[in-house]
Design a protein around this ligand. Structure first.
Ligand code: MSP
Length: 536
């Protein structure tokens, strides 16, 4: 009789278990999809870079990542902007969409899937969901009567009345209208949403945004109007149960998060969805503070609940703050929007990515300043990091023909690097990218101070200190290797250049950022200035 081999038995068991439990689940991250009414501004750039940095951090950790972003192409404002430009809406959105695509390319925003809401694939999912909700009695037709602003093309409610109780001149000519539309039974799910928010304390990050959302849900009254008659708006997805109407507009926009991830509206439970979808969902969803209430925090969570997503499968909402200008909101109408293309042209991609991730705390607002952008680049990148790389490589070439050799003895930098890695990871777990960068830059400063203190130029003059010189050069190269890895989610192109100059393997993982992995005898590449100073 054959003897059972305990090792192979254990292996078989492991394989069996892995089939069900250890399949790596994808880290799914999304952003808001931008309106294609006008070209991208710095606020759009910020959100996508933030998501890109978090996505890259997860790739670095070895996770399977699915990063979805895109554009919101339907709606009244788009129809109006197209009319103003004198081109058909389809042509208009094509042009603006291309500007977004171009920006993400030059900004190194590396997404895995691109959402365009005019695509057939998306339309089918939106219509499938609407039909299911209609069949389930969650959507009904009703009549609305009230004052209608012809200039703004919308019904006015009491919220639009001024302190004197009248509608102000900004609404232009008003007429009393009656209109039939379709409504989604939002208020039926109010209690569910309150109990869900009470159960899940990190449904929304930061905390104060969850509180803001909960307060808004408490006040939730009516249902959600989800249609416009085609006579008023035709640039949208037709309602599958009434061809005289198009969907307006959040159902269309919000559905992108699942339609471009493989959701099949014909299958009513999450468990019956294709594995490609189940492997990804739920997502971490990055949005700006203006679209938490009511769009994502109320409409979206209730929509998902109404189409059968269980509480455990609700997405997590990460809400970022806004970039303002001189304390005021940037807006196209105020004429104070900052053009990211112009900034990149002037200062480069690294400078912009670095500024947008290091000079704002996730969740808070910040004031945009071009001087500050230049200052941060010059101080942190040109003077501190660039200089550290350049000095280290130059000294290694001058004193050791570019070869660094490991010597015995511990370095204080080893403990600091371990500390850095720990804090960097904690900061990323909390989505505090600015804090991760601050830690990294502290370490860079420590390394520069270490050069001053150890004065390799003096050691080089003293033959009895030869081993000490080897030690200093080696630990500096090792430190730079780790810095290169940890800066790669933030500045991917600069990180490639650092690896190239250090002559080490590209495409590392976070685990490579542990101290002690540089080969004992290593030939460094030639130095070239990495971040030339910006002179203004
Ligand atoms: N199309 C909707 C979102 C639909 S998501 C299913 C929309 N588009 S938007 O173009 O107006 O805004 C897109 C994102 O950019 C939002 O998350 C918004 O908060 C963000 N920002 C717009 N201006 C911003 C700043 N000034 N600063 C930071 N982010 C800003 O809303």
């Amino acid at each position: 009789m054959l003897q059972e081999d305990p090792a192979s038995e254990a292996l078989a068991l492991q394989r069996f278990v892995r089939q069900f439990h250890f399949v790596p689940k994808t880290f799914f991250i999304t952003t808001a999809i931008d309106y294609t009414t006008s070209p991208p501004h710095i606020g759009h750039a910020y959100e996508k870079v933030l998501a890109d940095v978090i996505a890259r951090y997860h790739r670095l950790k070895g996770d399977n990542v699915f990063f979805l972003t895109g554009v919101d192409q339907h709606g009244q404002k788009v129809q109006q902007s197209a009319a103003k430009a004198g081109v058909p809406p389809a042509e208009f959105v094509k042009g603006i969409t291309q500007k977004f695509v171009d920006l993400w390319k030059i900004l190194d925003v590396k997404y895995d899937e691109w959402a365009e809401t005019t695509s057939e694939r998306h339309k089918k999912v939106v219509q499938g969901i609407l039909q299911r909700l209609f069949d389930a009695g969650q959507i009904y037709k009703d009549k609305q009567a009230g004052y209608y602003s012809i200039r703004q093309e919308q019904f006015l409610t009491d919220k639009e009345r001024g302190p004197d109780g009248e509608f102000g001149p900004e609404w232009g000519q008003l007429e009393f209208r009656e209109e039939e539309n379709y409504y989604f039974r939002l208020s039926q799910h109010k209690d569910w949403l309150l109990s869900y928010l009470d159960k899940r304390k990190d449904a929304v990050i930061p905390d104060f945004r969850q509180t803001e959302l909960r307060n808004a849900v408490e006040k939730l009254g009516g249902d959600l109007c989800i249609s416009r008659p085609k006579s008023r708006l035709d640039w949208g997805i037709e309602l599958p149960f009434d061809k005289n109407f198009v969907n307006y507009v959040w159902f269309d926009a919000l559905t992108n998060y699942i339609s471009f991830a493989g959701y099949d509206p014909a299958l009513s439970t999450l468990n019956s969805q294709p594995t490609t979808f189940r492997d990804k969902w739920p997502a971490l969803q990055i949005i700006g503070k203006d679209i938490l209430v009511p769009a994502h925090g109320i409409y979206w969570l209730i929509m998902l609940h109404a189409i059968g997503f269980p509480d455990e499968a609700m997405p997590q909402l990460l809400v970022h703050g806004w970039w303002n200008l001189g304390g005021a909101k940037m807006s196209k109408s105020a004429g104070n929007v900052i053009d990211p293309f112009a900034l990149i042209e002037k200062y480069g991609t690294d400078a912009l990515r670095y500024y947008l991730t290091s000079d704002i705390a996730t969740g808070q607002d910040a004031d945009f300043s071009e001087e500050r952008l230049v200052e941060r680049y010059n101080t942190d990148l040109a003077n501190s990091l660039g200089n550290l790389l350049n000095r280290t490589l130059n000294m290694a070439h001058r004193y050791r023909d570019g070869v660094v050799n490991k010597t015995g003895g511990d370095s204080p930098l080893a403990a600091q690097a371990a500390d850095l890695l720990r804090h960097y990871q904690i900061a990323f777990q909390r989505f505090e990218v600015h804090a991760a960068i601050a830690r990294l830059m502290e370490f860079v400063t420590t390394c520069n101070t270490y050069i001053e203190m150890s004065a390799p130029w003096k050691l080089a003059k003293d033959p009895t200190r030869s081993e000490a010189l080897d030690h200093v050069l080696f630990v500096l190269a090792e430190s730079l290797r780790i810095i290169g890895i940890l800066i790669s989610p933030i500045l991917p192109t600069a990180a490639h250049e650092i690896f190239y100059q250090l002559n080490i393997r590209d495409e590392p993982q976070t685990s490579d950022a542990n101290w002690g992995l540089l080969p004992e005898r290593h030939h460094l590449g030639k130095p070239t200035p990495l971040f030339p100073r910006i002179e203004v």
